[in-house]
Design a protein around this ligand. Structure first.
Ligand SMILES: NC(=O)c1ccc[n+]([C@@H]2O[C@H](COP(=O)([O-])OP(=O)(O)OC[C@H]3O[C@@H](n4cnc5c(N)ncnc54)[C@H](OP(=O)(O)O)[C@@H]3O)[C@@H](O)[C@H]2O)c1
Length: 360
């Protein structure tokens, strides 16, 4: 499936064309097809209407001679943002044979590091400069920075732009659109804490893709190129999907930290805590996978052990008050599960809820 308009290709060609040739950099063209140019000029369209305008018409044609990939090749990719996701995707895609033609990072050290990591890439301080060099722009900046960044960019006809946010839809990129451009999102369900581990973790991870229909096939192939599994989410579900991801990654780390702090009271260092409680965590996860989340619940909540819970709360308050709220929040959720499976009498559940509402 063709992902965007390509001036040089014949109408019958596509990225999947069986006649596709191997990548040859010299085959890339910096010019629009002359007949395309003539058509545009005959239609009275201004080919270079000036710099980006936040209030531009997204249907207006915005053409510029920029590089184009050949049929069957990966698109010419640029990545904006030299942070955790931008760096790992740059490395993973390069290793997968999807070279990164350009990167934009505001930080000189990150620019140098990324250039060295991926090789053969042009490095820019400004995202706008990168737009002249690529077909597909991957915006890997913090969620709150995506909209302002998109508002400062204006794509050329034939280009596509995706961001990597798990929360936001592709529409946040709309301010960067012109006629003949496409937008999407590409969210890998991976915790990008360490670059090499993240590149490895992309194998078998899911990547949620969403956006303009014509772009979906390309994004799916990009996910598969790095060993991931592309998935499409139902409209309007990204916030919940992402909140779950945040609980599974950051939330779980917060839980691990609480576990390690309590374990330190018992004399275990972090490695010791991870070794000892890690086994219990893995066993619990295994139980949930085998018999379901509800049935995997164990502990004092399932038994209505008010005395045990009371002792825990008192100990936490005196020894590790910082983890008390987390214990109480988790205990309330456990009680919901107990209630759902009718594991305790209403009186026993009420007694535990009272205790959690007014910890000793
Ligand atoms: N971290 C994860 O595990 C993860 C997983 C999946 C998806 N994501 C998503 O991926 C995106 C990037 O996350 P990240 O973890 O890579 O963030 P990050 O490590 O903080 O890196 C983001 C990069 O964006 C650039 N940046 C920061 N503020 C900016 C601004 N105001 N304007 C323009 N550029 C700015 C910076 O790069 P330069 O200084 O180099 O310009 C920064 O290094 C987010 O949408 C996030 O939700 C993250």
């Amino acid at each position: 499936m063709r992902a965007w308009r390509e001036g040089r290709r014949e109408a019958s060609e596509s990225l999947d064309s069986p006649d596709s040739r191997p990548l040859r950099a010299a085959d890339r063209t910096l010019d629009l097809d002359s007949s395309t140019l003539a058509d545009i000029q005959a239609a009275g369209i201004d080919l270079d209407p000036g710099g980006p305008r936040p209030d531009h018409d997204p249907n207006e044609l915005h053409t510029h001679p920029h590089v184009r990939s050949l049929p069957g090749e990966p698109p010419i990719i640029g990545i904006v943002g030299g942070g955790a996701v931008g760096s790992a995707l740059a490395v993973a895609l390069t290793r997968a044979g999807w070279p990164i033609a350009a990167i934009a990072s505001r930080d000189p050290e990150r620019r140098a590091r990324l250039s060295k990591l991926v090789g053969g890439t042009r490095a820019f301080a400004e995202a706008n400069a990168l737009l002249d060099e690529v077909e597909l722009i991957i915006v890997a900046v913090p969620d709150d920075a995506i909209a302002p960044l998109a508002g400062s960019l204006r794509m050329y006809s034939g280009q596509a732009m995706v961001h990597t946010s798990g929360l936001l839809g592709s529409e946040v990129l709309a301010p960067a659109m012109a006629a003949g451009t496409q937008i999407g999102s590409f969210h890998p369900l991976v915790a990008f804490a360490d670059m090499e581990r993240a590149v490895e973790a992309l194998r078998g991870a899911t990547v949620a893709v969403e956006g303009d229909e014509q772009l979906m096939d390309l994004l799916a192939r990009m996910a598969e190129a790095v060993g991931a599994i592309p998935v499409r989410l139902a409209a309007g579900t990204k916030p919940a999907y992402h909140a779950a991801a945040v609980l599974a990654a950051g939330g779980f780390v917060a839980l691990l930290d609480a576990i390690a702090r309590l374990a330190s009271v018992a004399g275990l260092d972090e490695q010791g805590a991870l070794a000892v409680y890690g086994r219990l965590i893995e066993q619990t996860l295994g139980n949930a996978r085998a018999i379901g989340i509800g049935p995997a619940l164990t502990g004092p909540m399932t038994r209505g052990d008010t005395g045990t819970v009371s002792a825990h709360l008192a100990e936490l308050r005196s020894r590790e008050p910082g983890v008390l709220d987390l214990y109480v929040a988790a205990a309330r959720r456990e009680l919901d599960l107990v209630e759902e499976r009718r594991g305790l009498t209403p009186e026993a559940i009420a007694a535990l809820r009272d205790l959690l509402a007014k910890p000793p």
